[in-house]
Design a protein around this ligand. Structure first.
Ligand SMILES: Cc1ncc(COP(=O)(O)O)c(C=O)c1O
Length: 403
């Protein structure tokens, strides 16, 4: 009998997806730690806080009072209504409760949106640097990524002229992540208006706006593109509870869109999974209707850490840092250190740099290549002050060792 190779059974769709470099770096850091090495990890993409107690209590009570059955596919009506109210009041997005579809995390909402709108070969404009998962989701849904890149010179936002050059009759979605993972970039209202004008001149094109970091801002509260004139019908807004409320493990996200799009996303979700977790949604209801003191306190802490990490990074020669106006990420450009050597080791690119930094200076970071932006690295400041100070001291030491 011929030996069967199970790998040959994989679909082309699955084989095309690469393992996320973020996961690989975090794993490598864990392995070194397990060997007793004192590793500082600034890789993590989630709050280092626990979910606020009132939210945990609400979910526990819900579980004890019978919320253990299937939830409605698009989510509980009270939660859909509360989210719609918040989006109307705070974001000026004119969505009704039935335009809101709860999911198992913003990631699933992004997937629902792509499967609901893309046909094979439809193009999706993605603005690099972008969150690593986007490419896999778009490709699995049959879309073709069209990458528009921006660097530190434009604070990691492409110009409208660049987007205009990429858009055509095959463009179905523009994936907009403001505030952005990994750069923390935020599109100003004027920039969003220019993007909206471009969308209006392309009748097939929609915006998929991932606003998961909207509550973690430091300078100006971000604007939602769906609030601009004529844009609600052209936008699917995605958000969730993971980041602002420190609820990553709960898996509660949502999309907000006009009825036909919302119905289609609910249909996709009903096909692949079902309604989101019943008692987690009750916790989410407490989160969105309750006092916002905890969210505000976390935001203030991130703000303090942003100022700390940026001031430390700016003092390192060879590294160029744009201060992120939002999120808990900073995305320094380390290209000034590439092509240099430490002893016999020559560092040619960001991936080699991150591996060398972890192995030799015990600081775990994520290479910019994971976000389609080689030459940069991502540092997360969802970490305490001590780790930030210790981690950046190691980076400074590493930079100095390269000649
Ligand atoms: C830009 C972006 N969108 C979406 C998500 C996923 O959010 P959720 O945990 O709600 O699936 C993340 C998580 O890292 C993210 O960085």
């Amino acid at each position: 009998m011929k030996l069967f190779d199970p790998a040959s059974a994989l679909s082309a769709r699955t084989s095309a997806i690469e393992e996320a470099a973020i996961i690989a770096m975090a794993q490598k850091a864990r392995e070194l730690k397990a060997d007793g090495v004192d590793v500082v990890s600034l890789t993590i993409g989630e709050p280092d806080f626990d979910t606020p107690a009132a939210i945990r209590r609400a979910a526990t009570n819900a579980m004890n009072s019978g919320f253990t059955h299937y939830a409605p596919i698009p989510g509980y009506p009270e939660l859909r209504a509360a989210i719609a109210k918040r989006l109307n009041d705070d974001n000026a997005i004119p969505v009704g409760p039935t335009g809101v579809v709860l999911s198992n995390g913003a990631k699933q909402s992004l997937t629902n949106a792509c499967f609901a709108t893309l046909d094979g070969g439809d193009e999706v404009i993605m603005m690099a640097p972008f969150w690593a998962a986007y490419e896999g989701i778009v490709k699995m849904a049959g879309g073709v990524p069209v990458i528009v890149s921006a660097g530190a010179d434009t604070a990691f936002k492409p110009t409208i002229a660049q987007v205009a050059a990429a858009i055509n009759d095959r463009t179905k979605l523009i994936l907009l992540n403001s505030p952005s993972n990994p750069s923390g970039a935020v599109w100003t209202e004027a920039e969003l208006r220019a993007l909206a004008d471009l969308v209006h001149s392309h009748p097939r094109c929609l915006v998929l706006a991932d606003e998961i970091y909207e509550d973690i801002w430091f300078d100006v509260r971000p604007t939602s593109i769906a609030s601009l004139p004529g844009m609600f019908e052209r936008t699917i807004t995605v958000n969730g509870f993971s980041k602002a409320y420190a609820m990553t493990g709960w898996r509660v996200g949502y999309s907000a869109a006009c009825e036909p799009l919302a119905k289609a996303m609910s249909k996709v979700q009903g096909t692949f999974t079902a309604g989101g977790n019943a008692f987690a949604q009750q916790g989410a209801l407490a989160a969105i209707t309750g006092p916002r003191d905890d969210v505000e306190a976390m935001r203030k802490t991130y703000h303090h850490r942003r100022d700390l990490i940026v001031s430390l990074l700016k003092a390192i020669p060879g590294i160029r840092t744009v201060s992120p106006p939002a999120t808990f990420y900073v995305f320094p450009d380390i290209s000034g250190l590439l092509g240099k050597s430490a002893g016999n080791t020559r560092i040619e690119n960001d991936v080699e740099f991150c591996n060398w930094l972890l192995e030799n200076h015990h600081l775990a970071t994520v290479p910019g290549s994971a976000f389609a932006a080689p030459g940069c690295i991502r540092l997360s400041f969802a970490a305490g002050d001590d780790d930030i100070r210790k981690g950046i001291a190691r980076l400074a030491e590493a930079a100095q060792a390269l000649v």
